[in-house]
Design a protein around this ligand. Structure first.
Ligand code: GLC
Length: 711
């Protein structure tokens, strides 16, 4: 524990300290602002977060932090970290789970070259978790301005954060506590994901693009004919007329509404892409209205800001303004009224083809407001874009989420986004942008999604099969073996690459993928239970091993395996040509998911995973609620539920609700505690509020299935 040591300011600033206990964890908030100015409203904090802040003048911090305003638009924070500590979080980072040893820039960027040499991607979540067992701590810097986190690059045991802002901000010191408690407190502050609509947990089939009704119908028909379970067909930019947002090509989609309806009858939902760039054309109603109501971003000289995206010269709504968010919501009716089930927000960093790089890598000050591309309107007045850039996609997601909630109050929204800021879990799901069909990117998806989960975002995935370049049979099959464990599970692929629908590489590969898809659908009751747990505790769905095994120093290093909830250890093959891999098993007995002899940890075991196996093991002592087999989630509500028991004594948890509405928030759900001991299975309700469809329940031990009674 260290005392607070602010350095003398070179530039005047004021500070204001408060503390609170949130979810049993100490949280100290330091509000910093240029002398006398107010700290701007936060877009990260959950308006429903309950915290009582008490003033504190001499706080005891979990780390020895200094802060300083070092220029008119520059702040510097610095703190030492112990030699053995691992640094996690920071949202979407390309690389292994331990972020130590590198600089991480937080400035939302559309960059499709995901490699070790890029240090900023689409999302910005400024929370770093310094993991050191039960004395871990977190630092959350709640500012949407550009930030550069030097996480001990020089190996001198120090983290330095450079923040480029003329405005004030709040920072939060969380801890010391164990990692799950830090995430619990952080997600209390920034909010937790709502329960997703059940259909969105199924398999999504996407391509840039399915350019016509005919293609869409044939893809859907093919999936059903081949009995490849799927819930969603995704429409990329070619459903639009000349890529103009809120248009539908009459030529290629002459009966859009009817198509959506027919697909729905066959158990499919349609999700459409929406980009923020509005074509600058007087013929375009979104542009005309946006301009007339003055909701599009302007330069500091008062001219409309114009850049290039898919539709050519485009303008950009200022989503920080409530009127612009409401306007966007009205425009969304064009899609929602035609039965579109969910909205995919893309290019919302925002991506600007004429300004691929918005700030020089070596900038140590913000350019003046009139050189920040455009200005945005905040409650304190106009602000240069760069200062709030990290909020652009976040605010667009909020606009979309709120519109869906308002227009369909009885349905859980589904919003998918590429960009976002801390707290984005309140507004839907994310994927990690334009990866490639490389084993390296399959491998990297694991630590990247783990860090995102630790940063508060549970509902995430990457393009299965890889977006750019050509997939092949082996890569695709291997990717599905991992993809069935991504909370958001979508196959998506670029235009000019080999197609990668599950059947493209022939019947052997298709059969392997079919098996994986069937397993995904089996796992949906377990996955829904995990989402219900996330609402309670903020726990991510995909968890690093250290989450449940904090005292196991080997587990702490591992980021090519993960836990799917507490009970399933996923340890897939992540390189070409390999048939087996060393799998690290934490202490205890582990049962291969597909059956076979149990293996004992702690220690490494060589395990072979043929392409048709599920590369996962289940913890002895677990009971998994499983369902199926089904072709889409519409069939799940009446499908049999099987509680599969692993071991002689076991416990489990099963959550059940309608999977579609917000009724669960009013207690319309059931929650069962499952136990198996001395040959007896019991399911005891800890909450009963929902009346499910008639269905059968079984429990299964060592291959024998018996009827289960739920009390
Ligand atoms: C962006 C998206 C990608 C999409 C493409 C065309 O690159 O990341 O998923 O397919 O734009 O809309």
């Amino acid at each position: 524990m260290a005392r607070l040591r602010p350095k003398p300011d070179r530039f005047p600033s004021t500070e204001d300290l408060h503390h609170s206990r949130i979810e049993g964890v100490n949280v100290i908030r330091v509000s910093l602002s240029p002398d006398g100015k107010r700290v701007p409203e936060s877009h990260a904090l959950d308006p429903e977060a309950r915290a009582t802040w008490a003033p504190c003048s001499r706080p005891v911090l979990p780390l020895s932090l200094t802060w300083q305003r070092t220029g008119p638009s520059r702040w510097e924070l610095s703190f030492p970290i112990p030699p053995s500590a691992r640094c996690l979080g920071l949202g979407e980072r390309y690389g292994g789970i331990n972020l130590r040893g590198r600089v991480h820039t937080l400035l939302t960027t559309d960059n499709s070259r995901h490699s070790e040499s890029v240090d900023s991607l689409y999302k910005s979540i400024p929370i770093l978790l310094v993991e050191q067992g039960r004395r871990s701590f977190g630092l959350f810097v709640d500012s949407p301005a550009p930030q550069r986190w030097d996480v001990d690059r020089a190996r001198l045991g120090r983290v330095t954060v450079e923040l480029l802002s003329r405005r004030g901000f709040a920072l939060y010191l969380v801890g010391a506590a164990a990692l799950p408690n830090l995430v619990k407190a952080f997600t209390h502050l920034t909010g937790r994901s709502a329960l997703p609509p059940r259909w969105s947990l199924g398999h999504h089939q996407s391509r840039w693009s399915y350019p016509s009704e005919k293609t869409v119908r044939s893809i859907a028909a093919e999936l059903r004919r081949r009995r490849l379970p799927c819930d969603t067909i995704v429409l990329d930019i070619d459903y639009m007329d000349r890529f103009r947002v809120f248009t539908i090509s009459k030529r290629r989609f002459p009966h859009f509404g009817r198509m959506v309806k027919n697909l729905r009858a066959d158990g499919f939902r349609v999700v459409t892409i929406v980009d923020p760039g509005v074509a600058k054309s007087e013929q375009d109603p979104t542009f005309r209205q946006g301009k007339r109501r003055d909701l599009l971003c302007r330069t500091s000289a008062g001219k409309l800001f114009v850049d290039e995206v898919w539709p050519g010269p485009s303008c950009f709504p200022d989503f920080l303004r409530p009127e612009a968010r409401a306007f966007w919501g009205e425009r969304l009716k064009i899609l929602l009224s035609r039965g579109v089930a969910g909205i995919w927000n893309d290019m919302n960093e925002p991506s600007l083809f004429r300004h691929r790089k918005v700030l020089a890598s070596d900038a140590h000050a913000l350019p003046p407001d009139d050189e920040q591309l455009f200005v945005q309107q905040t409650d304190e007045g106009p602000v240069g874009h760069l200062e709030v850039r990290n909020l652009y996609g976040h605010a667009m997601n909020r606009a979309t989420w709120e519109a869906l909630q308002e227009q369909r109050p009885d349905q859980r929204p589904f919003v998918l986004s590429r960009s976002g800021y801390a707290g984005m879990q309140r507004f839907g799901a994310v994927w990690l942008g334009d990866n490639r069909s490389w084993f390296e990117h399959l491998r990297m998806s694991i630590p990247m999604l783990l860090n995102l989960g630790l940063s508060g975002m549970p509902f995430a995935g990457v393009d299965v099969g890889g977006f750019g370049e050509d997939a092949d049979a082996e890569l695709l099959a291997r990717w599905y073996q991992v993809g069935i464990f991504y909370p958001f599970f979508r196959n998506h692929c670029v235009k000019n690459a080999t197609a990668q629908e599950p059947w493209v590489f022939g019947s052997d590969t298709e059969a392997c993928i079919r098996r994986q898809l069937e397993k995904r659908y089996q796992l949906i009751p377990y996955l829904e239970t995990l989402f219900a747990e996330h609402r309670e505790s903020g726990a991510p769905i995909m968890r690093p091993l250290v989450w449940h095994y904090p005292d196991d120093s080997t587990a702490a290093q591992i980021d090519d395996q993960f836990l799917f909830g507490r009970d399933i250890l996923v340890a897939p093959i992540l390189a070409r040509g390999q048939e087996w891999r060393p799998v690290y098993l934490p202490a205890g007995l582990w049962h291969p998911f597909d059956g076979g002899r149990a293996l004992r940890g702690p220690g490494y075991q060589a395990i072979a995973w043929p392409l048709d196996r599920v590369p996962a093991l289940v913890r002895d002592g677990a009971i998994l609620p499983l369902a199926g087999p089904v072709q889409h989630t519409g069939e799940l509500a009446s499908a049999d539920i099987v509680f599969r028991v692993f071991g002689a004594r076991a416990r489990g948890h099963y959550w059940q609700d309608d999977g579609a509405t917000f009724a669960y928030q009013r207690g319309v759900f059931n929650d069962w505690q499952l136990t198996f001991a001395r040959g007896r299975f019991t399911a005891k309700a800890s909450h009963l509020g929902y009346r499910p469809l008639r269905r059968r329940y079984f429990y299964e031990t060592e291959g024998a299935r018996r009827r289960a009674r739920l009390k």
